[in-house]
Design a protein around this ligand. Structure first.
Ligand SMILES: Cc1cc2nc3c(=O)[nH]c(=O)nc-3n(C[C@H](O)[C@H](O)[C@H](O)COP(=O)(O)O)c2cc1C
Length: 389
């Protein structure tokens, strides 16, 4: 008989007060909208491996890709080249040891029976380190590539409810099952094997309907923090997800993503930011993104609200700015932990040098301040893993 060495999924079990991930390693430009030549290149697989392994070795909890099917235009066409996220996670699962591998799945692009099987495959390759970021689509040109149209906003979440119900059944039902739904008809669905650990579910809905979907179903909410509105707005934003989850009798982690510009002095960091955002920024791509996000999603109250974030969109897709010296960055992370944040996925202009500098200089400060336990293969376990019987 073969014994399987099931590992804990660190996103669920880590006791670190600020968990860490790497976001957008699978797409051109990462999260930046810039023409700067040193921007991340998706097709540099060797470079991506280097970054993924560095995160794994440093004890980061999550590798999270962006789900993207076309770029935003302008000279560098940010996100124009990207890798599909299930196969990306499967590839990285076999060359990493402890980090969780996520897919970011546009639910309207993939049949749930098929997706459940892909998820189980990654879960087994990684010995239980799989996570699924559920997204419904907002970029119309992209969604039209699959069905010629995009569903109306709230209908996308009705579809997501049905999609997820089928996936959960495929992961857990011992017998075959039949679906006669509004969106899916499936007869005698058979799905084996089952996942080793219950896959960790995440979602980034910001609209009232999206937040409800997230709170009712997911283990983590993934946010663009409203940091421009001040700390109390951030605290309230984070709390609103926890309160909503509590209505469903659930507990939920809250994560965001951040762009890191780390230098020896604040002046150097700000100059570098000015270089790649103002002098080399891709304004055409920024126009397209902010217009589309303002119109098609509930992430921002209006197109005007999205426009307010222009600088930050070019710097790191409106993620949290972590700009300055290692000490300043570590302090910011402490501050956001105090505001209720559980985890942050990091992005850089140049991921390879970025993660090396972060691990060398910021991570030790996070450990000294108690935000994270030192990682030496001996992770402190917090929450018990949930294993399917
Ligand atoms: C932190 C964060 C990350 C996201 N990542 C992606 C992504 O990788 N691909 C994508 O198409 N949409 C992504 N989105 C968009 C959301 O999936 C969602 O479509 C958007 O928030 C609109 O939903 P809503 O109207 O319920 O807010 C992201 C949103 C946020 C806030």
């Amino acid at each position: 008989m073969t014994t399987i060495d099931v590992k804990p999924n660190p996103v669920r079990t880590s006791a670190n007060r600020m968990k860490l991930g790497v976001f957008a390693l699978n797409i051109d430009g990462g999260c930046t909208l810039t023409n700067a030549p040193e921007r991340h290149r998706a097709a540099d697989w060797a470079g991506s491996l280097e970054v993924a392994r560095a995160a794994d070795r440093a004890g980061f909890e999550m590798l999270l890709p962006v789900g993207r099917w076309r770029g935003y235009g302008g000279l560098s066409n940010p996100m124009g080249e990207s890798f599909e996220t299930y196969t990306w996670a499967a590839g990285l699962a076999s060359v990493t040891d402890q980090i969780a591998l996520f897919t970011t799945s546009h639910l309207p692009t993939v049949n749930p029976v098929f997706a459940a099987k892909q998820a189980v495959t990654i879960d087994h390759i990684s010995n239980g380190r799989f996570g699924l970021n559920l997204i419904c689509g907002w970029f119309e040109a992209e969604m039209r590539m699959f069905s010629g149209s995009m569903m109306e906003h709230d209908t996308r979440y009705d579809y997501a409810d049905e999609w997820l119900d089928i996936v959960r059944k495929a992961w857990s039902e011992k017998e075959t099952f039949t679906v006669d739904g509004k969106f899916f008809n499936a007869t005698d669905v058979f799905a084996q094997p089952k996942p080793l650990n219950r896959p960790f579910l995440m979602n980034a809905g910001g609209s009232p309907r999206g937040k409800r979907f997230c709170a009712a179903n997911c283990d983590a909410a993934f946010l663009i923090l409203k940091y421009m509105d001040g700390p109390e707005a951030v605290r309230a934003q984070i709390r609103s997800y926890r309160d909503l989850a509590a209505e469903y009798g659930r507990d939920i982690q809250v994560w965001c993503y951040a762009y890191v510009v780390q230098k020896d002095t604040l002046a150097e960091a700000e100059d570098y930011l000015d270089y790649y955002v103002n002098r080399m920024g891709n304004d055409i791509a920024c126009d397209n993104v902010t217009r589309e996000i303002g119109i098609q999603s509930g992430m921002f109250a209006s197109t005007e609200d999205a426009l307010r974030s222009r600088f930050h969109f070019k710097a790191g897709f409106a993620g949290l700015p972590l700009v300055g010296t290692p000490d300043m960055i570590a302090q910011e992370l402490n501050r956001y932990s105090d505001l209720g944040l559980d985890g942050v996925c990091l992005t850089w202009l140049d991921y390879k040098s970025g993660i090396a500098d972060f691990v060398a200089d910021v991570l030790p400060l996070m450990e000294t301040s108690g935000l994270r336990a030192p990682f030496g293969g001996g992770r402190r376990l917090g929450v018990a893993e949930e294993v399917y019987a």
